[in-house]
Design a protein. Structure first.
Length: 400
């Protein structure tokens, strides 16, 4: 089997933040990559998804059968790495364990395929009460286990309104290898760690998945846990992350930059916002340039859906820009339909997951329109604007 990358050096990259918010639907070439091992090259006609466990009959389906024998459903949903914004937790709070994601470990896609519910019902459910639906990809070894796996409550898997699907398409085209070709799990409202790529097994069972990434990663550990050794005693006491919290970030301009005003003296600020869990869509994004004393409504420039992100922008008036100095900070915060409001601060956790304090830029210099070059010469600063695409080697304990 032809493989790309390796367990030791899997593909992990994110795009520059300004490029990320150019489109409501993220182009595949822009979308971030997160892996715990190699990329498997699979044959769509030979790849099998097996459904077993507490079912009336074990079934095995090809991706072609999933497309031709089941009704196809489409959902617009954001896929977000649980470690998105880990860099900010690391630099603003204290050191964490995991890949140094900035703000780009998120994308918004149009996913299409059969409902997970319909596939499970073809096999027939033979279990009552609390149970789980476990998922796996056995196509490659991964960093911390023989396979990559996870699970969600069976009740969610069987709820058609939650739109969990076995996706065969992304943005109107077949999935590419990076995004799980030929079939991947899509679970709107749930952290990306559970969206299993190259899925080949679905098991109905009483307990959660026993996979490393369900049991000993992707959890918000208590603040007293600050080493790998201490974590060992707490993994089994802490629930696995399912939904992610309400969040927003400023994608442009960037911190630590010389920022040029518009010709009329205003300043363009923009970014994305995400709802919590199933509580979308995002209904409001606000911007503050005075440390939260006053807030101004930003414009949401798209029509966000229950599980999508929102793209927003704010044209800061000249009188506000005039008050900014080198010590100023610009903040953003989001509110969703469920009433969740993004907090000013976020608690630290060792794995650096689910960071959602106010979006912020700082340490910038505002110059007149056309004045960037002169200011750069004086300050010897870089005006590139945010992180560049990067590939990062995953640590011994990987994150998403």
């Amino acid at each position: 089997m032809l493989l790309e990358y390796s367990v030791e050096e899997p593909l992990n990259r994110e795009p520059p933040a300004p490029e990320l918010v150019e489109n409501f639907i993220t182009p595949e070439k822009v979308a971030y990559d997160r892996n715990h091992g190699p990329l498997p090259h699979l044959d769509i006609e030979k790849h099998i998804v097996r459904v077993d466990g507490a079912v009336k009959q074990i079934i095995e389906l090809t991706a072609i059968q999933l497309r031709e024998e089941f009704e196809q459903h489409e959902v617009v949903a954001a896929l977000q790495c649980a470690g998105n914004r880990r860099h900010t937790m690391r630099t603003e709070l204290k050191e964490v364990n995991g890949i140094d994601w900035f703000e780009g470990a998120v994308m918004n896609g149009r996913w299409k395929g059969p409902l997970l519910k319909d596939v499970l019902e073809r096999a027939g459910i033979e279990i009552e009460g609390e149970a789980n639906c476990a998922f796996a990809c056995y196509q490659t070894d991964v960093q911390d286990d023989r396979y990559y796996g996870g699970s969600i409550p069976l009740s969610r898997a069987l709820d058609a309104s939650k739109m969990a699907i076995l996706a065969l398409e992304l943005n109107g085209k077949p999935l590419n290898i990076n995004h799980g070709f030929p079939v991947r799990l899509v679970i709107p409202g749930i952290a990306g760690a559970r969206w299993i790529k190259w899925i080949d097994r679905i098991t109905v069972q009483r307990p959660e998945s026993n996979n490393f990434y369900q049991q000993r990663d992707y959890k918000i550990l208590p603040p007293e846990v600050d080493t790998k050794e201490k974590a060992v005693a707490h993994w089994h006491l802490v629930p696995s992350i399912e939904g992610m919290p309400v969040n927003s970030v400023i994608c442009y301009p960037a911190s630590d930059q010389v920022i040029e005003r518009e010709e009329d003296g205003t300043l363009l600020v923009g970014g994305y916002a995400l709802p919590a869990n199933d509580d979308g869509p995002v209904t409001r994004v606000e911007v503050s340039s005075d440390m939260g004393k006053t807030w101004n409504d930003a414009e949401i420039t798209c029509e966000p859906t229950q599980w999508s992100w929102a793209i927003w922008k704010y044209k800061m008036p000249k009188e506000q820009v005039d008050k900014l100095d080198k010590g100023s900070r610009i903040w953003c915060r989001a509110t969703d339909k469920g009433g969740n409001v993004q907090p000013e601060k976020c608690n630290w956790n060792w794995r650096g997951v689910a960071y959602n304090a106010y979006g912020e830029i700082k340490n910038f210099v505002i110059v007149p329109h056309g004045g960037v070059a002169e200011e750069l010469n004086k300050l010897n600063l870089d005006s590139a604007g945010g992180p560049t695409p990067k590939e990062t080697e995953a640590p011994a304990v990987a994150s998403a």
